[in-house]
Structure formats: structure tokens, C-alpha cells
Design a protein around this ligand. Sequence first.
Ligand code: BGC
Length: 735
Amino acid sequence: MSKRNIEELLETLTIDEKIGQLVQLDVNFFNYDCDLKTGTPRDIGIKEDVIKYTGSILNFYGAKGLKQIQDEYLKQSNKKIPLLFMADIINGFKTAFPIPLGQGATFNPRLIEESANVAAREAAVSGLHVTFSPMVDLVRDARWGRVMESNGEDSYLNSLYAKAIVQGYRQDLNPYKTIASCVKHFAGYGAPTAGREYNTVELSNRTLREMYLPSYKAAVDAGCDLVMTSFNTIDGIPVTGNEVLMKNILREEWGFEGVTISDHSAIRELIDHGVASDGKEAAKLSIDAMVDIDMMTSVYSNNLKVLLDENKISESQIDNAVRRVLQLKEKLGLFENPYRGADEELEKEYILCDEHLKIARKVVNESCVLLKNENVLPISKDKKIALIGPYANNSSLSGMWAFSSDDKDVVTVKNGFLNKVSEDNLTVTQGCKMLDDNGVFEAFGRVYEDKDNTLEREECMLEDVRKVVLDCDVVVLALGEHILQSGEGGSRGNLKISQSQINLLKYVKTFNKPTVVLLFNGRPLALNEVLENCDSLLECWFPGTEGGNGIADIVFGDTNPSGRLTMSFPYDVGQCPISYNEFNTGRPENSGMRRFTSVYLDMPNEPLFEFGYGLSYTEFRYSNISIDKETMSDYDKIIASVEVENVGSVPGYETVQLYIQDLIGSVVRPKKELKGFEKVYLFPGETKKIEFEINESMLRFYNKDMNFVSEAGEFKIYIGNSSKCSENIVFTLEK
Ligand code: BGC
């Protein structure tokens, strides 16, 4: 259908039909039973006759069911406008990839683009049209459960991933291989006060623009079709009714012409925030902010018409929103083929196919971060191994959001090991319960219930541990958080693994066997006790379907670990929020008497593991950091270079990182900012010269008048293997 036809169609629509296009409901409203519920389960007060006009459906997939729903819907629809199906495909569809925080650690946007394309292919043939991804919220506070959904704390890196993921979803225009994407949560949702879910966000305009907005902008520039509002306030105004963000910045400044959608129930939540006294006011605030679709509330369906009749909004406001929704449907080809990619045969062919699993395994290989290694890893395949812990033989490895994938398809750590070593050399036991209390967690149809909570059971588990440890050469402990401890609604005030697991670790330590910990978690944890009690520590995140295989590749040395942290691991929870690119203070550490400098009395300022950190089975030596000239102008560039040599005995990837510091600015500048990186593969003895181009646009920031410019002066270039690198060289920007 051409653009003109959309206009014609729009003219024929009744006001109820128009408003229907702006409503999104889950499939339970369509006489289809589905357990999956995101958001809070309230009776949302949808009137029966709204359902037949509804424009889109939330979180439902599967070619067969979806065609059936589309068919039935279209049969009763006067204007034959197909439904849009949207869902949260966060880290893969059926082939689950590592959680996004783990994906970030690959420092490999091209690989992450490929994984987004895999997700798109599987989702498209299952009938989906839109994914609520990429989630590009910048995160600095490990207490917030949703840090697992983000690529990390750096705005530059997150922007590269945002672009890569959007491109991955829409790589070509083939309806069987692509889906539209919806960047979220616009904006600033990653900075809730004290890391508490849904809490107030306080960001200065400067920080918002400089650190938080670029990744959303990168997604929009890459051609993202939708933008989702965030739950939080910015400058006291909830984003879902915030004209400055949704209209002035997103639409006018950035020129975004696609569809905007509220987060789940966020329009109604304007009432709970206390900026609207009822649904009518909430609807007005949101439609005025150009929020097109109301996800899972009755606020638009019950109030837009009333507002129109009272002349409080104009019909063109509604028309504009409806036009954008219809244009998206047209762009996706739904008017020609309302099933689009939905195809039962292709579902069988694409889903979990070898090619997809291979990419997933590669992402696991590159996402795991070796945090400590006192010569225990890699383990030789002929050693006798005791594999112990709540994650030793556990298929719940895909993280909270992977509700479209199935745990039964997951390769557990045990099975991954068995694909490499003989059964005689591996004994597996759970060792302890996952969590300490009897707590029951529930989310997205998943429940955690502690079934191991009796004293006898605990004693019996420990006795098994004793037996297997006595009889082994090396212990591998698979420990971590429960998947429901992170993700939405997963804020924590304590960043440790459970005491039961710490006790297990300490007990194992008494046997003095070489001990490796594999850690499964959705956020940076406070790892002091874990580190003290093990020889080697591999951060595995929630690695997804190919988890066990990808981890076994690393544990047994078939793959050299290369992941680098993209979020600081705090020394303790009291350091949160923390990020490498903090600002200078007037009283820097070591600038005088310790007491009156900017330090903690009881812990270091530095995180335990910094942004960019990660070990390898080999070592890399950096030398000859240099620049081709010492001054540059706005129209010029400087080439900074370094030589990197693999001085160890196995090949491996090194992530060479470039940081820049603006020494004097009209406003305080970060101590370091990532401005480039290159991931290089080097054989033992091999040296490569890595070059980075530095130009004026990389030096811009919001100056004291809020203009995005660079300022003349001196800059320090750091090149190294993490944000802690200290070797530097100075150049001058002349104006
Ligand atoms: C989450 C979103 C998600 C939406 C739909 C909300 O609770 O915040 O990230 O896309 O639910 O499932």
C-alpha cells in the first residue's frame, strides 16, 4: 500500500478505529491463553469493544497461533488493518545468547550484530514484527537489576552496540529474516536513585546529553523504527508525559519519525507519579508528548475521545500518531501479507539451527571474562574434575528476559564438560542450595522455590562434596545469582552471592585442591570473598543456550578467554554508582592529607575490577606508544599508535583501548573517556602496530554554555589494556 493509500485509509477510519491503533494489549484479551505477563497484573479496565480495534499485541509468538489470531482479528475487522506483533527479544529468540552485559564484554559489535540477526531470523519466522530491543540504558549502579540488559557503563561503546544491534535486526529487507526494532528505555532509566527499580532519576541536562542520550540517538540514526518511553522522571517529569524529551529532543532535534510506545502501563503510572489526577489528564500529557501507543492500559482507549470532544486535544494529534502506526504496518508489508514471515516450516529450519548455535557459542567464548588466574586454567582434559555448585548441572542459564527460549535446549556446564572429557574424569554434585532463605521469587511465569532447605539435605550435600573433592585433581565450582535476582524488578541492596555458596566455597578451600570458580550472574558482584577462596575465577554471566559448550571451550583451553568488563565491579556495594569515567574533584586522592581528600575511610576508591579489565591465557606487551604530531587543528587529525606483542605461549585476542582526557575545560571533564578500541588476534611472538585516528569531533563536549564543541588546549592519550592504563602522551588542539 502506498503512502497515499495510507492517507485514504486514515480518512475512512472512525475515531474508535483510530484510537484502537494506539492501543496495545496482550494476547489474553484475544481469547488466547498465555501465562507470560510482564508488568503488574492489574485489571486494566479495557472495554470489550476496544479489543476489536486494537492495533498491536504484546509478547506473543509462534507462527501457528499468531496466524490464527491474525485471521480471526481480520475477519471481524471492517477496515482489514492487520495486527502488529511485538515482543521482548532481548538476548536471542530460541537460540539464547549471553545476556547483553555479557555481549558488551565481547568488545565485538560485529559479532553482536550477527547475533541480533540470528534473533531476527528466528523471531521473524515465528511471526513477530517488532522486538523491544536494543535496550541501551547506560548503567553505573550494580544494585539495579536491569544492568544485565545493558551493554554497560560507557556511552561510546553502548552507541556502537546500539547501531550494531539495530542493523542486525534489519540486515536486509527479507521478511523472513528481519524484524523492526524498538530502542528503549528513552531516556535515563539506567540511573535510578540508589539503584532501586523504578526510582526517581536525577541527571543534570549536561550528563543526560553527554553520557545518557548518545546511545539512543545512535539507535535512531541507525534506523530504529520505534522508541519506548522509560518509567522514570527526568527533571521531575515522568518521561511518558515529558514533552522536552519525547517531542523537543526526540522528534524535533533528532528528527525521529517512527512510532513511540509507552513502557508497560507507563501512561497510567502518570497518575501514581502524581502528575495527572486521572486517566484523562494522563492521556493528555502523553499524547501531547507525542507518545503514540499505550501499552497495556485503558487510558488512551477510555480518554482520547473525551479529550477530543472537549477540544483539549486535536484530531490531528491522533491522526499523526495513527499515521505513524499505519506507516509501520505498511513498511513491514503487513497490508500485502498480514502473516509476514510467520512460517511453520521455516520455524523448524531456522530455530536452533547449527549456524545459529555456532554463533551463540562464539559469543559465549568472547563474553566470558577471566578475572583471576593463578595457573589453574586451562585444565588439562585428563585431570579428574569435581564439578560442584548450584550451576553445575543447571539449565537455567539464559537470564530473566529469555522467556522465548527454552531451558531444555540449554547445554549445561556438566554437558559442556562431558563434550570434552570422559565421564570417568568428571563427578558432579550440587553442593549447596542456591539461596539462603526460603524466599520464593516469581516473574514471567518462572518461579524459584528453595527445595533444598532442610538440615539433613544440606548435610547430605556437604558429605557428597567431601567425597568428590577428596577424589579429584581440581575443583570447578559453578556459583552465582539466581536468574530472578537480576532483570526487571531485580534491584539488590547486597551484591554478594548467597552465604550458602560462600560457605561451600570456604569448605572446599579446606581441602587445598586447585579451585576454579565459574560465576553466573546478571550484574557486577562484590567478589572479595570469592576471590580469596579460589585460584581462578571466570565471569560467565548468563551465557544462554550454548553456555556449557562455550565455557568448556575456555576451561579446557580450546579457546583463550578474551572478554573485557564493560561495567566496573565494585569493591563493595557502598561504592555504587561507580564508573571509570568519573569527573575530577577539587580534592583528588593523594593530593594531600588523606582525610580531607575525596576518598572512603574504609575502602578504596578504585573498583575491584575496572572497566576494560580481563585476563587471557597469554600476555601482551605494549610498547612504542607514539603520535605522529603534537598539535592539531579542527581540520586535522593525529594518528596515535602502539605496538602490541603476544609474549605468551598461546594465541589470543587482545582488546587495545584508547582513552582521552581533556586536561582543562570550561566545565569539569572526565578523568578518561574511551574513544576507540581494536580487538586483535595475535599468535605467540607476533607483534602488531595498532593505529587510532584522533580528530576534533572526538573531543567535543557540552561546554559551559551547553554548546557541543571542542576547546583548545592539551589532551592526554592513554593506550592500554583497561581503563586503568596509565601510559600516556600529550597533544594540543589549536584553534
Ligand atoms: C519492561 C520493558 C518491556 C515491556 C514489555 C516492561 O515491564 O520495562 O522493557 O519491553 O515490559 O514486556
